[in-house]
Design a protein around this ligand. Sequence first.
Ligand SMILES: [Fe+2]
Ligand SMILES: [Fe+2]
Length: 173
Amino acid sequence: MLRVEPLGSNVTHESHQEEVAMATRTEQQPKAKDTTRELIDGLNEDLRGEFQAVIMYRLYASMVQGPWRQDLRAFFTNEIPEELGHAQILADKISALGGTPSTEPAPVKIVKEAKAMLETALEAEIETIDRYVRRRQQVEAAGEHGLAVRLDDIIADETNHRDEIRQILARWP
Ligand SMILES: [Fe+2]
Ligand SMILES: [Fe+2]
């Protein structure tokens, strides 16, 4: 049986629905903006870490002394292109999200002994892996699934760096 509602109540019902829809839209828009801004901030933290790694490996390669200089110089030098590649992925994404990529590296720790260089680099790689694993969760939550896949590749690279440094230190005299 057809139910006839008074004209006035129908209008009220529709306008109420519109109000609810508008309220939902205005609540969601700032949230999406916050998520993107937080993601840009996080990726800029990672970018500063990559700039730090590039500078650290470049300086350690130049400064390292002792009987293993040639090997360690080559080892440190070989890390640089991968860290720069990570910086490229991050800077591209920050820009694509509407952000401005950071121009500052995280502070670089300068040490003199070859072993201290390896230990410092190992610590930096471990911290970096932890940070990227957390970032990956943030990226997934933001719906950036393509970036999450790129972070998987970066995490695999940093894990290789960590493991190789551990292998060198494992038999250090
Ligand atoms: Fe890296
Ligand atoms: Fe690395």
